[in-house]
Design a protein around this ligand. Sequence first.
Ligand SMILES: [Zn+2]
Length: 430
Amino acid sequence: MCRILLLSTLFISSIISAQVNRCYTDKYIEYRNSLNPSFKNDIDSTYNFMLSNLNDNPQRDFETIRIPVVVHVLYKTENQNLTDSLVRAQIDILNQDYARLNPDTNLTREIFKPVASATGIEFYLAQFDPTGLPTNGIIKKQTDVTSFFSLTNLDVMKSEANGGADAWPTDQYLNIWVCNLSIPILNVPVILGFATPPNSAPNWPAGSGASESQYDGVVIHYEVFGSIPNATGTFESVNKGRTLVHEVGHYLGLRHTWGDPGQGEDGCLVDDGINDTPISAAANQQTCDYAMNSCNEGVDDLPDMIENYMDYSNENCLNMFSKQQVEAMRFVVENFRSDLLLSTPIISTLSPKINVYPNPANDILTLKHGLSNLTGEITIFDFCGKIVQSMKINNNNSKIDLVVNELAPGSYFIQLNSQSGVYFNRFTKF
Ligand SMILES: [Zn+2]
């Protein structure tokens, strides 16, 4: 009974204030902890383990990490049925921001430019579904559910039985659910987004209920998915598609820059654990207040880093991750979400085979096909799913010679994406 009371209080206070919750990740952790009292502890110990392994002087050369994404678009009305091009544009925004190729990096103040960094993490819409069939990584599902904001079940959108969509295996894909999180009568969103932070769930004892991996991923209110240049009112300060950028930051282990103190705690005494984000007391609420300096750090005191994606500033002035945040996210992928890389189902082994020879190959690999007027693309992947070579093709020849002499010795996948389907094979370079 206490548990139900606690939850009701939490949600009713959200509704009474009719306040839009920019990010519900902290409350989501409380919610899941109310169902399984060891949840928060595990999130915290995972986080602390990550912090204790961070380099104090980060920024080394790193390889690009590529994460497959599936977007579940849940819609009741046509305006919730987001187009494929909007979904792709949102993934492009995510990639721009994570690569620090966003057009507004010039707005990062000089004092913070030395610690601003690309992440080397790239996201792509899945090319194959869990059964190996080709997909565009976007699942549209019509539903009878008016709003997925539920008083009793924050994960309602993650289940087919409740009118939502079941996750694809969450160890192999970043699942993103896009749905309506409004209060039906008022038609204002209660929540713009939330994410499940990494935990060590696979190590929990069987039956503890904690390893509910089917809930792992990110949820975004449909009206802030993608950029909305002409937004007014509620969405004016969140119109650049950066709710997803922020929530994926949580999914990869980051906390808010102000460190989320509990009720009554002094915000300046609570930190996000990241050394190159200045200590701040609380969220910068929807503004671009460059004068904000909520905590005095003594010598070398810095203002609050309102440019950081993990703050709540107006999206017009969000434009950076810090170097140590990048270290943290990469540590999380490599240690707690590594199956996203190892199990990347980039190549469908169910696709028909294309003929390649000689195998093993040294300088030239010949690809033979029976397609007329072939147009498409040939891509070579290493066994970790990383693209090592690709070329567009448009010709009438039944044989195509590929120069492979620059590839390191090893095993590779080759994929032909053509007008009549996807074909694949393996070969060895010696
Ligand atoms: Zn957040």
